[in-house]
Ligand binder design. Sequence first.
Ligand SMILES: Cc1ncc(COP(=O)(O)O)c(C=O)c1O
Length: 389
Amino acid sequence: MKDKEIERLIKLEEKRQRGAINLIASENYVSKDVLRALGSVFTNKYAEGYPGKRYYGGNEIVDKVENLAKERALKLFKLPNKKWVVNVQPYSGSPANLAVYLALVPLGAKIVGMSLSTGGHLTHGHKVSTTGKLWNWIHFGVSKKTELLDYDEIRKIARREKPKMIVAGFTAYSRVIDFKKLRKICDEIKAILMIDMSHFAGLVAGGAYPPPFPCADIVTTTTHKTLRGPRAAMIFLRKEFSEAVNKSVFPGLQGGPHINQIAAVAVCLKEAMSPNFKKHARQVVKNARVLARELQKRGWRIISGGTDSHLFLVDTWGRGLSGKTAQELLEAEKIIVNKNTIPYDTRSPFDPSGIRIGTAAVTTSGMKEKDIIKIAIKIDKILKKHANH
Ligand SMILES: Cc1ncc(COP(=O)(O)O)c(C=O)c1O
């Protein structure tokens, strides 16, 4: 590479990534093939529009790439193409979610979603997100006692508010979501059900977490977390919503799609179809369960008592350590986690009561139960020195 400054920084980041234990729940390590597609000449191409209907010439090959990505996406999630379509153009998860709301919910109308403070995402109507400013959100959380979603409470809110849409999905909720119950609630009040499976898409693909299909009307997902692809997103839709949502993505919100990204998404989708990926997805969940159990054994309270996915939250404040301090102590020993609020947190999001731990990246790097137990011992050793009991 001629640019020595950037070359040096790439090398430093490679070294940092190799030298650390990465427990960030939303991160992963992509394959060389995904990187090859991302760094390919498709980055040179403008392709505004959709396959067969572009605003620029020279898109014969690009059309094949986008169609292949769509075909693979529907096949991976076992979606019959008579009923479902997929849009693979969203630049990332946030614009994907915004495009759906813009297409289907009148500005200012009500949407019911999961609050950020109990595990939802910023783009599910948090007040600092544009989504929170453009629509009237009513949030549900988790039960104070069980720290699990309380479907009776969600039903109560839905009946009272009669929203146009209910949104569920998480960044920091470790349990299975009961999609059937949410479908029933939506049917009762005639609301659209959108599931944001950004975090658990790879687990669904690998059969390690229940699929949100066919309960949901719309499923959005990033492709760079458990699905182990490039930074991008997809929107799966029942056919009746496709025209409005496709128009909302382009030309409503975006310009030219990033074809290099779409090519890399196609690669990761093919990888996720392999039997090895199924094994990997199950191992991710096994590793998360082992890590949660081993920390619990050593006196660390795990939110909701465990996990059904690739992530979980630890209440570090319960032993006198704020999430920020815990994150910094671990980082000094090259264990990378993020500070996180826990349900009903009394502390600020900048220095909350817990940390979030995820096992997708360490599983990609080949770790199994015995390696995970060693990590738990190490985390405990680092944190307990500074804990108050
Ligand atoms: C559930 C969920 N939705 C949406 C997003 C947004 O994705 P992006 O960061 O690609 O915009 C995230 C990212 O953390 C997420 O966890």
